[in-house]
Design a protein around this ligand. Structure first.
Ligand SMILES: [Zn+2]
Length: 372
């Protein structure tokens, strides 16, 4: 299925040294290749490790101590001990190699881990950075605010992993940009993101949830009260806050409220009755009546909504949801009514995996084509 693994390019990919096309090709390969994702994870762990290392010059005696250790002759030892020195020699050589590689990596990382500014392109009007006009193009540094007024729009280059279009009347701050995490804050307004990175590299903080990219395209709108609306057009996005998490696939939406966090995801083409009843359940304390409407209006696809509702209901309500879901999509073996009512996580996850292909409605052939 895959043309070629991207192991060789991963280091340059992490350093942001690939051109946009090459970077995109690597990212798209990563989306579909578990093996290369594992290698990328290892590189990221290495970077996190390097971040924790305190820079200190190695004492000059270290290398001579290692050399002395290597040169020690086993002749003075008893016959019984003759083999261990060979093992120690191997260990010492390995340790020396690790020290040299680590030192090189720390040095490399010190040069490459700086929060590089993001390029901002003026799409219309007069976008500003920290109140200063950017003209045609500008740079957004960590901590700075990009503002658009009623007639302005701007495009942000998200390091080497994607693009964000910032719509009029919006406020966006760059919070962090490092190879294992790129994060912005959308305090108000609207943005559209297109991200071609592996999952969980790009984050958007809003006043009432964090949007976590899982390889996708989506829009976010934040109103003056801090309420957020997420609309996913490709891939998946998670909205999280505290213990609440909503996974939203392409064609899905999810609303959030300050003080409550993410509500329950639903599909664009769910019935208006379902959407109204769901808002009541999520944010207005609606109970059995609203649940009855949601259950009656649910199609196979809306098991997405039903599955996400379960943890937020009481036990009798969960029983009702189980019955409706089971009528729409049979639970796999081992998933019982009692287990679901008691929120057995293994059972919930097992059933979700059974339903996931139904929820992924986008044309997968596009991805197959992209991934070769
Ligand atoms: Zn691969």
């Amino acid at each position: 299925m895959f043309k070629k693994h991207v192991s060789r390019e991963l280091s340059a990919y992490c350093q942001g040294e690939l051109g946009p096309d090459e970077s995109r090709r690597v990212a798209e390969h990563l989306l579909g290749c578990r093996r290369c994702r594992k290698e990328l994870d290892l590189i990221k762990v290495g970077i996190q490790f390097a971040e924790q290392i305190v820079h200190a010059p190695a004492p000059a005696s270290l290398w001579s101590d290692i050399v002395a250790l290597l040169d020690r002759q086993p002749s003075a030892r008893s016959a019984k001990d003759r083999n261990p020195p060979r093992i120690w020699r191997t260990i010492a050589l390995t340790a020396a190699a690790v020290i040299v590689i680590s030192a090189g990596f720390v040095t490399w990382y010190a040069f490459h881990s700086k929060d590089a500014p993001w390029q901002v392109v003026n799409l219309s009007g007069n976008p500003t950075i920290n109140a200063g006009s950017i003209g045609g193009e500008g740079n957004l540094r960590v901590g700075e605010w990009l503002n658009t007024d009623g007639t302005s729009r701007a495009q942000l280059k998200v390091a080497n992993i994607g693009e964000v279009e910032v719509e009029p009347n919006s406020m966006v701050r760059l919070v962090k940009t490092q190879i294992n995490e790129h994060r912005i804050e959308l305090a108000r307004g609207s943005m559209q993101a297109r991200i071609w990175a592996p999952p969980k590299l790009f984050f958007v903080d809003t006043p009432s949830a964090v949007a976590v990219d899982h390889g996708c395209a989506y829009t976010l709108d934040v109103d003056d009260s801090g309420a957020t609306m997420l609309h996913v057009t490709m891939g998946w996005v998670a909205l999280v806050l505290g213990g609440r998490e909503s996974m939203v696939p392409a064609g899905g939406r999810c609303n959030t409220r300050p003080g409550i966090g993410p509500g329950t995801p639903y599909f664009d083409d769910a019935s208006d009755k379902l959407k109204t009843a769901l808002a009541s359940l999520d944010f207005e304390g609606g109970a059995n009546d609203a649940l009855s409407v949601v259950l009656a209006e649910s199609r196979n696809l809306d098991t997405l909504t039903l599955w996400h509702l379960l943890p937020h209901l009481n036990q009798p309500q969960r029983g009702r949801v189980y019955d409706r879901m089971a009528a729409l999509i049979s639970p796999p073996g081992g998933v019982t009514r009692e287990g679901v009512i008691n929120l057995d996580q293994r059972m919930l996850d097992g059933w979700r995996e059974e339903m996931r292909p139904t929820w992924q409605r986008e044309d997968r052939s596009i991805w197959k084509k992209l991934l070769g």
